[in-house]
Design a protein around this ligand. Structure first.
Ligand SMILES: Cc1cc2nc3c(=O)[nH]c(=O)nc-3n(C[C@H](O)[C@H](O)[C@H](O)COP(=O)(O)OP(=O)(O)OC[C@H]3O[C@@H](n4cnc5c(N)ncnc54)[C@H](O)[C@@H]3O)c2cc1C
Length: 333
């Protein structure tokens, strides 16, 4: 085989060089030689994937200005056989707050960025007062208290608790440690109703599954993909509100199956980058395995479901573990 250009290494730089050589000089033939088809050792799949434009040099800004429309078209331009090359390109923003000594540098960079087409705004002290007014608005105290009580106590937390937390917020000028203390010491937090009242998010589900199984993680890539399949693509929520902290967000039919599959896959050692030691279950019956995974006695419903699911079979500990990890007992925190 004879080609005009050979590129060694098919990471972002090698692939981009090949792509632009081919798109600008169509007559030129290019071969990319990559030794690692899984890109396990390459930098490219490890990158955070951010395209920053807030540079101090026009050359850097020009490079980013060029790459943004390229990434916007990436899904369709790089489609293979009609299948989009989805990279979930999202646009976000930065807020820099600097001490007086750094204002000069920031202002100089701001002017360079503005002159080079970056959508950037300058807020002075008066502009920042808007944030101060918002921070002291009574609605902010209620909103933050509701969010915390929802996360730690109940999806619809008692109003009296939220009100007490909001009072602490206002009294302490937003001291979150004090707000949390009000919540942790409340009868509502310590009540039976708050015990395992919340459904785990996909990230919590993945972390608690691996922890319950005593897993060792050497590479998070496959787990992060599984968390996406469960419905929570990390760092990719478009709206600044983040994912809603309510159970129905995570309990669509596909997501529930993905949750159960994840437990089964980790328990049987099939998630790349995560290893578990199944020997710890040697000699344990199914209710002992359930207790070890849940950290407490399984509920009668879970025990009954286990007995029905395993009836007449002689299952391996991994099968028992997958059933427990897919049970409603494990779904909740
Ligand atoms: C954690 C992390 C976060 C990052 N975040 C960002 C970010 O947000 N924004 C940003 O712009 N950059 C970021 N970067 C930097 C960016 O990822 C790298 O600069 C870029 O991916 C480098 O691409 P590359 O093609 O030069 O190298 P690589 O991606 O490492 O590719 C080199 C390839 O060459 C292959 N190779 C090497 N030797 C041979 C050989 N002899 N024969 C055949 N193949 C060979 C390797 O297998 C590899 O696949 C980040 C990097 C890391 C590690």
């Amino acid at each position: 085989m004879r080609v005009d250009v050979v590129i060694i290494g098919g990471g972002a730089v090698g692939s981009a060089a090949a792509y632009f050589l081919r798109s600008h000089r169509r007559a030129c033939s290019v071969a990319v030689i990559e030794r690692d088809s899984a890109y396990k050792l390459a930098s490219t799949p490890r990158a955070s994937g951010g395209v920053r434009r807030l540079f101090s040099l026009p050359e850097n800004i020009a490079l980013s200005n060029f790459s943004i429309p390229f990434f916007e078209r990436f899904d369709s331009d790089m489609a293979v056989g009609g299948e989009a090359a989805a990279i979930n390109f999202r646009k976000g923003g930065y807020l820099f707050i600097v001490p007086p000594a750094s204002v000069h540098d920031l202002e100089r960079n701001f002017k360079v960025q503005k002159a080079n087409g970056v959508n950037v705004d300058w807020l002075d002290r008066d502009g920042l007062k808007v944030i101060d007014i918002l921070a002291h608005h009574p609605s902010t105290a209620k909103f933050i208290s509701l969010g915390l009580a929802r996360h730690f106590v109940a999806e619809n937390p008692p109003q009296a608790l939220v009100d007490r937390m909001a009072q602490t917020f206002t009294k302490t000028d937003g001291d979150l440690r004090a707000v949390m203390e009000t919540m942790f010491r409340s009868p509502e937090f310590l009540s039976e109703a708050a015990w395992e009242s919340r459904v785990k998010s996909p990230l919590e589900m993945a972390a608690s599954t691996i922890r319950a199984l005593g897993g060792e993680m050497t590479d998070a890539f496959a787990t992060v993909q599984k968390v996406s399949e469960m419905g929570q693509m990390l760092y990719a929520k478009l709206e600044p509100t983040g994912y809603p902290d309510v159970a129905e967000t995570w309990l669509g039919a596909t997501a529930v199956i993905a949750r159960m599959n994840f437990g089964a896959a980790v328990a049987s050692g099939q998630v790349p980058g995560v290893s578990i030691d199944a020997s710890r279950w040697q000699g344990m019956d199914s209710s002992a395995i359930a207790k070890a995974l849940l950290g407490h006695e399984p509920s009668p419903q879970t025990l009954e479901a286990l007995a029905t699911g395993l009836e007449g079979r002689n299952p391996s500990p991994a099968v028992v573990a997958s059933l427990v990890l897919g049970s409603p007992d494990f779904e909740r925190r």
